[in-house]
Every structure is written in structure tokens, then in C-alpha cells.
Design a protein around this ligand. Structure first.
Ligand code: FES
Length: 168
């Protein structure tokens, strides 16, 4: 009898250890899947643009903000604000109206952005074309890596725009 309860006790102890070991393995696995703390802290978001369709607005999220990414069609006006990825030109901008921060809607037929809050408008380069927005849409820090865009990292293309004073 005493032996049986000892075996039960040992079984429970061993079971407990085994469960702890299992948790350890899960924890280690999770640590492997998670992005590196440095990547997380820096708040980078990588977007692959290889499948982007022209004149179709993609909205990504970066640091809690909507990011507009629009592949331009050949007839859309070229701009110093264009982000060149491969042979294509893109609008990349924080999707918040520079008047009071509403999210403008893209109108593919008119090829412009209309802010419903007070009627402000932006073109496909992010330039403000109808008041009240006082300035163009803001360009977030970005870096081009092949067909990918890394949001949050200041690549040479972004630095050039920043120096030219056209990011904000
Ligand atoms: Fe966009 Fe006022 S917030 S026009």
C-alpha cells in the first residue's frame, strides 16, 4: 500500500517535471518564431510589392498608422515623391489627411484621394490639390530591398527625399 502511494507520488512528480519540460520546449520554440527584439522595438514592417496591381490601393499598418501604397499607372504624373521599386513607381504615404487626420479614400476612377471630413483632396503623388489640407501626405521612413519595402527604416532613397524636404 505504502509502495503504491509512493509510486503515485513519484509519478506525479515526474509528470510535473515532464510538463515543465514541455513548457520549456514551447517557450524555446516561441522565442525562435518571434521576431528579434531589436526588429520588434525598431517597428519595421516589410511589404512585398512584387504582386502589386496598378491603380489598386494597398493599405498596410505601420506603428498603428495606415500606410497607403499605390502602384502608379504609366499615365499618372511622375513626381520626386515617387518610390521606385524595380521598374515601377509607387506612392508610399501615411494615410492620414494633413488637415485634421481623417483617412482619405482612394477613388480609382478619378485617380485621386478624397477626404470626406472636409472635402480635401490629394493626387496620386500625395500632393494636396484641394484645401483645407495644408500640405502633402507624409512619406514614412522606408528602404527599398529588391521588390520589398521596409517601412520604418531610412534607406538612401528616403534620406534623399528628406534632404529635399519632401517627406513631410
Ligand atoms: Fe481631411 Fe479635414 S481632415 S479635409
Amino acid at each position: 500500500m505504502a509502495d503504491n502511494s509512493r509510486r503515485d507520488f513519484m509519478g506525479k512528480v515526474f509528470g510535473g517535471w515532464a510538463a515543465l519540460g514541455g513548457l520549456g520546449v514551447l517557450y524555446a520554440a516561441k522565442k525562435t518564431w518571434d521576431p528579434l527584439p531589436s526588429v520588434k522595438a525598431a517597428g519595421f514592417t516589410t511589404v512585398d510589392l512584387s504582386a502589386a496591381e496598378p491603380n489598386v490601393l494597398n493599405i498596410e499598418k505601420w506603428r498603428g498608422k495606415p500606410i497607403f501604397i499605390l502602384k502608379k499607372t504609366p499615365d499618372m504624373e511622375k513626381s520626386d515623391r515617387d518610390v521606385i521599386v524595380g521598374k515601377d513607381r509607387f506612392l508610399v504615404a501615411i494615410g492620414l489627411c494633413t488637415h485634421l487626420g481623417c483617412i482619405p479614400a482612394y477613388r480609382p476612377d478619378q485617380k485621386d484621394f478624397l477626404c470626406a471630413c472636409h472635402g480635401g483632396m490629394f493626387d496620386t503623388s500625395g500632393d494636396n490639390i484641394k484645401p483645407p489640407p495644408p500640405s502633402p501626405l507624409v512619406i514614412p521612413p522606408f528602404k527599398v530591398e529588391g521588390t520589398k519595402l521596409v517601412l520604418g527604416e531610412e534607406g538612401p532613397e528616403y534620406k534623399k527625399m528628406k534632404e529635399a524636404g519632401i517627406t513631410a
